[in-house]
Design a protein around this ligand. Structure first.
Ligand SMILES: *[C@@H]1O[C@H](CO)[C@@H](O)[C@H](O)[C@H]1NC(C)=O
Ligand SMILES: [Cu+2]
Length: 174
């Protein structure tokens, strides 16, 4: 009887740990890396930054900027191309801003401060339909995990926590 209880506990803890790990496995990306979200005066800076990154639904963009000096506006492709700030769809004025990519497709972001977009403070994010990219680690069907570079400290923490939980539950089992 005690052994069955312990086995049940093992299963529950294992499932919980796995669920926690997957729930927090969406990648977080700080746009522009250490330079953050700023007027870079460089037309290719942000497209260079995102080169090689495969964005998936659920991933989070962190626009790192000081409130009142920049902002993040979602715009159409036409307004992105023209740096038109008159028809923004949504604007986040408080930095740093966390923007969750909750739909596949193209997403266009610009800064609406005068001269910033035309100076290169604009980024076009293409979000894939969460099929694993070639070369990523194999996943079980139905999950959306990939191998994002680099893993955020949060997901590492959860991974470590999961391992500890597993170890504890194995201890119960023996
Ligand atoms: C623009 O940014 C890219 C990426 O950081 C860099 O490689 C390039 O040298 C920059 N160009 C200029 C003109 O600063
Ligand atoms: Cu700006």
């Amino acid at each position: 009887m005690a052994r069955i209880m312990n086995m049940a506990l093992l299963v529950v803890v294992g499932v919980l740990a796995t669920a926690m790990f997957q729930a927090t496995y969406a990648a977080e990306y700080t746009v522009g890396g250490s330079r953050g979200w700023t007027n870079v005066n460089n037309a290719s800076f942000y497209s260079d930054w995102e080169e090689g990154i495969s964005f998936n639904v659920g991933d989070v963009l962190i626009f790192n900027f000081a409130t009142g000096v920049h902002d993040v506006a979602t715009v159409t492709k036409a307004d992105y191309d023209a740096c038109n700030t008159a028809n923004t769809i949504t604007t986040v004025t408080t930095g740093p801003a966390r923007v969750t990519l909750n739909a596949a497709g193209e997403h266009y972001y610009i800064c609406t401060f005068t001269g910033h977009c035309s100076g290169g403070q604009k980024i076009n994010i293409e979000v894939g339909t969460s099929s694993p990219t070639p070369g990523s680690s194999p996943t079980t069907p139905g999950t959306t995990t990939t191998s994002p570079p680099p893993p955020s400290s949060a997901s590492s923490l959860v991974a470590a926590f999961s391992v500890i939980l597993m170890a504890i539950s194995v201890g119960f089992f023996c």
